[in-house]
Ligand binder design. Structure first.
Ligand SMILES: [Ca+2]
Ligand SMILES: [Ca+2]
Length: 97
């Protein structure tokens, strides 16, 4: 997927895919994240979000809300929707500080 000289945005998209694959491969279906895999991913890759989610019971509901088709696992599409929401929130919070 990655060409020889990707742009920053291309690299960011490749990176998201690589991170997803890395954590999704830990157990069960390697194309989806179980709740445990998702938790590990957020804990390791998004420590600020993880701490915020632990401090706020609503945050844990948010994590469960990622599974929009309710099949018990988070696929790449669901993950990307969540990441775009997180990106919007973090951009907004940077802009309004
Ligand atoms: Ca998995
Ligand atoms: Ca799902």
């Amino acid at each position: 997927m990655c060409e020889s000289s990707p742009t920053n945005l291309e690299m960011a998209m490749c990176c998201l895919g690589d991170i997803f694959d890395q954590y999704a491969a830990a157990e069960g279906n390697s194309f989806t994240l179980t709740k445990k895999e998702l938790r590990t991913l957020i804990e390791k890759e998004l420590p600020e979000l993880y701490q915020a989610a632990q401090a706020d019971p609503e945050g844990l509901n948010l994590m469960q809300g990622l599974d929009s088709d309710k099949d018990g696992e988070v696929d790449f599409q669901e993950f990307m929707i969540a990441m775009s929401c997180v990106s919007c929130i973090s951009k907004a919070s940077r802009c309004f500080k």
